[in-house]
Design a protein around this ligand. Structure first.
Ligand code: FES
Length: 74
């Protein structure tokens, strides 16, 4: 399990089941982040990680552990 901070809230995720942070839309009910192209092209999956935009469809969830993740809801 990984502990993430999403929109200021601690969220525990199973890293094997929620590979990219875009999986948070199902796990944490944060449906504002969309899955579009699955490549880093369209930007529908963009979240902010420590204030920087990241294409979450191609970012392993391990890469955002210990970071502040902000979705469109935040
Ligand atoms: S889904 Fe299109 S950039 Fe991630």
């Amino acid at each position: 399990m990984l502990s993430l901070v999403v929109n200021g809230r601690h969220v525990e995720v199973d890293a094997t089941r929620h590979a990219p942070p875009v999986g948070l839309r199902d796990h944490a009910g944060l449906t504002g982040t969309k899955f579009g192209c699955g490549q880093p092209l369209c930007g529908a999956c963009t979240v902010h990680v420590d204030g920087q935009p990241v294409r979450s469809c191609v970012t392993p969830v391990e890469a955002v552990a210990n970071a502040q993740v902000t979705t469109i809801e935040g």
